[in-house]
Write a protein that binds this ligand. Sequence first.
Ligand code: PMV
Length: 317
Amino acid sequence: MSTRTSPQTASAPGKVILFGEHAVVHGRPAIAVPVTQVQATATVEPAPSGSGLTLIASDLGQSISLAAAPRDEPLAVAARLTLAHLSSFEPDATLTVSSTIPIASGLGSGAAVSTALVRALAGFLGHTLESAVISTLVFEVEKIHHGTPSGIDNTVVAYEQPVYFVRGHPVERLTVGAPFTLLIGDTGARSPTKSVVEHVRRTWKRDPARYDALFDQMGDVTDEASRAIEAGDVDALGPLMDENHALLIELGVSSSQLDELVEVARFSGAMGAKLSGAGRGGNMIALVEEDFAEEVTEALREAGAVRVICTRVTTTE
Ligand code: PMV
């Protein structure tokens, strides 16, 4: 194994969940796709002998040595897991991460930062890790952010492919029969996934029959959407998104802001819309024909979206 003397840079995309959030924590399927318009980047550069590994989060203006980092510091956890996986010594290097992915808004920022870090550090140590290995390492870091993550974020971000995901099952890459366009509208309200997931778990425990039935319905919608995506039946996806949003309202994870943006998107020409991710804040997504993208974007902005990202969902080789 050889430590590089030249800087190593790696990146990872953001993501959105198209169908099945929350239900996926409870064993039902979900669909997620990478969002390459936002990215996390990690660079590892050689440092003087004996200096050890320094971790820098440039967006936050934070710098800490690996040796001094708390046990549960996410960057340090990702670095330690990578070194342990490679049975490597701690290199003398500076590892800098930065990201254009908004945090706590359902765009997979934590998973992307960890993925970029693992890739760059492994590269610096002369290794290229497989997506499955990266996903497994990042899952361990995700537990710090999420408590009981389903594993969908680390999977879609590490594989950089649309995925059909069921907790505990091998990942299934989804073939996109006909590319389609999504708008991602940010409410600007931060919403920590962990607390929303915990809230859902508490309500489920109080009335398992009712909530299991909701999760089953979400699972059925996801399965139907997966068939439509593979068949290139884009027209079928809009109503399925609407249906999924209605179920998420019933689950109690939407918000007036999310409902407003979803309504505005539909009214201004989207084929369907729903919240995406944990809910209570964060982002919503709208399916649009390309000709309507600008009009719907404008309407979302006027209705208070702080950012609208336009992304094209397709299968990449
Ligand atoms: O990170 P978010 O906000 O996209 O939430 C992930 C989706 C959940 O299903 C709510 C949680 C999980 O671990 O799958």
